[in-house]
Unconditional design. Sequence first.
Length: 382
Amino acid sequence: MFMKNTKNLYRLVIKYGQKCLLLATMGILLLALISCGDNKGGGYGSASGESFEWKMVTTWPKDFPGLGTGANNLAEVIEKMSGGRLTVKVYGAGELVGAFESFDAVSRGTAEMGHGAAYYWKGKAPAAQFFAAVPFGLTAQEMNGWIYHGGGLELWERVYNDFNLVPLAAGNTGVQMGGWFTKEIKSIADLKGLKMRIPGLGGEVLNRLGGEQISLPGGEIFAALELGTIDATEWVGPYNDLAFGFYKAAKFYYYPGWHEPGTTLETFVNKEALAALPEDLQSIVRIAAQAANMDMLADFTARNNQALNTLINEHNVQLRRFPNDVLKEFARVTEEILKEESLRDELSKEIYDSFITFRKQADTWHEISELAYLNARKNNLK
Ligand code: CA
């Protein structure tokens, strides 16, 4: 039975390509989980015919490329994997609740799940920021290593437990861009008085260097930049930024995204709602989130460079690299802030220690693997 299913799944893979490979792999995993459950005398509740209708509130405009579509993808995968026993209706920001109300809405059960980025909740849980993006922190590959196999997820669960939520990684943007500026940044002095939309710890770095951090959900940034309410903004990278049209309001596009080197997007699930599902549906929610996590990174990786070409060649965007001394200051202040964050409470210290230890290990290993390879490829191919 298992072999036959596997064969059929691989036939589908050949027919429909990569997306199916993902679904097929997840199918095999689920079959394995279900058969293990049977061997132990049941307990996975796969026979339950009960169906569930969930709502997902998101911090993104509805269907927004990359992020909103990532949330849609998660809902679709859950529905397909469950054979329709668990359906998830996705709401864009403002449709059911405002972008930044999503966390509370799921916490109190207005919706069963949400889709966002953990640094949006820093006002409620400062330690949450470590699970989205840390300036000079982990890349996408490293974040996944830390979350899934480095103790990160367990720490994240402890932070969200106080809010009646279960967090899961559900997407990653890869390295972001440094942002859109109406004037050039040639030295630290150019940051003085600069009003920039930038979330999380990166925003705190800007504050300490004389700038002003502004928090705005995605849907409100363009108007603020065009009106001059803000002087600069970061969002994600070329694929997303092109869709928002920031090039119409600011000409200078800076790299690298020192403040968000591999931002993890999240889904947060109401604890009781998750516990009320039969165990096979709970597994589906978890595995679908892993699949969505990988798919979003693949989406960004496939589309960013095309979008960058369009920005440069069709919209005359000026690409700029942050000067070294500016990056050095960003790094110095980041380390100062991270140390302070670690002193907030015991759990923050534990998260900081775990994160910094993982970063050191990743840094050492990647010096002779990812970094060495990318340099070798760049320097030796004609
Ligand atoms: Ca960003």
